[in-house]
Design a protein around this ligand. Structure first.
Ligand SMILES: Cc1cc2nc3c(=O)[nH]c(=O)nc-3n(C[C@H](O)[C@H](O)[C@H](O)COP(=O)(O)O)c2cc1C
Length: 178
C-alpha cells in the first residue's frame, strides 16, 4: 500500500518494529512514565479502562518472571524476554467483555510511544498463556496484577541492539468503496 501523506505519527507507526535484541542501557523513569501514560490514553469500550500496567524495572524482577514462565511452559533455559531491561505486563479484568480489545489497544499505544521515544520493544505472548499457573500467578500478584485480571500481553522494552528489517505487508487487504 503506497500513500502520499506522511507526518510524525504515521512515520512512527511505519517505523515500529518488533525488536528482539537489547543493550543494557536502562529505560529512564521519564521514558517509562511517558509510555505507561500512552497506555492509559488508549481507547476503551464505554471508557471503562479496566486495565492494569505493571512495569518490572530491574534485571532481578524480569529474571524471576521469565524463570516462572519458563518453568510453566517448559521453555528453554535461554528464555529471558530477549534480555530487555524493562518489562511491562498489561492485564485486564478477566470477565469484562472488552478485555482483549481494550487491553490490546493499550499495548499498541505503548509500542508506538516507545518507538516515538527512540526505544525498542517487542510484544510478548507467553505470560498471557500461563498467567493462571500457580507459580506465575503468585509472582503476578507480588508485582501488583489484581487477582481478577487476566494477562493480555507483555512488552519487552529497552534500547535496540540490532536493526530489525520490516516484514513486508500483505497486499490485497484493503477495499475502498466509492
Ligand atoms: C498477539 C501477538 C503476539 C505476539 N507474540 C510475540 C512473542 O511472544 N514473541 C515475539 O518475539 N514476538 C511476538 N509478537 C510480535 C510479532 O511476531 C510481530 O509483530 C510480527 O512478526 C510483525 O513484525 P513487526 O512487529 O516488526 O511489524 C506478537 C505479536 C502479536 C500481535
Amino acid at each position: 500500500m503506497t500513500n502520499t501523506i506522511t507526518n510524525p505519527v504515521l512515520e512512527t507507526i511505519k517505523n515500529r518494529r518488533s525488536t528482539r535484541a537489547f543493550t543494557d542501557q536502562p529505560v529512564t523513569r521519564a521514558e517509562l512514565d511517558a509510555i505507561l501514560s500512552a497506555g492509559c490514553w488508549a481507547p476503551s469500550g464505554h471508557g471503562h479502562q479496566g486495565w492494569h500496567f505493571s512495569a518490572l524495572t530491574t534485571a532481578e524482577h524480569t529474571a524471576r518472571m521469565a524463570a516462572a514462565v519458563r518453568t510453566a511452559l517448559d521453555l528453554p533455559e535461554s528464555y529471558c524476554f530477549y534480555g530487555a531491561p524493562c518489562h511491562i505486563i498489561v492485564s485486564y479484568e478477566a470477565t469484562h467483555q472488552h478485555a482483549w480489545l481494550d487491553g490490546t489497544a493499550a499495548v499498541e499505544n505503548m509500542l508506538l510511544a516507545a518507538e516515538s521515544l527512540g526505544l525498542a520493544a517487542c510484544w510478548i505472548n507467553q505470560i498471557r498463556v500461563c498467567c493462571d499457573d500457580p507459580a506465575v500467578r503468585a509472582l503476578l500478584t507480588e508485582y501488583g496484577i489484581p487477582q481478577d485480571h487476566t494477562v493480555i500481553a507483555s512488552i519487552a522494552l529497552g534500547h535496540g541492539a540490532a536493526i530489525t528489517a520490516p516484514k513486508p505487508r500483505r497486499e490485497g487487504v484493503i477495499t475502498i468503496v466509492e
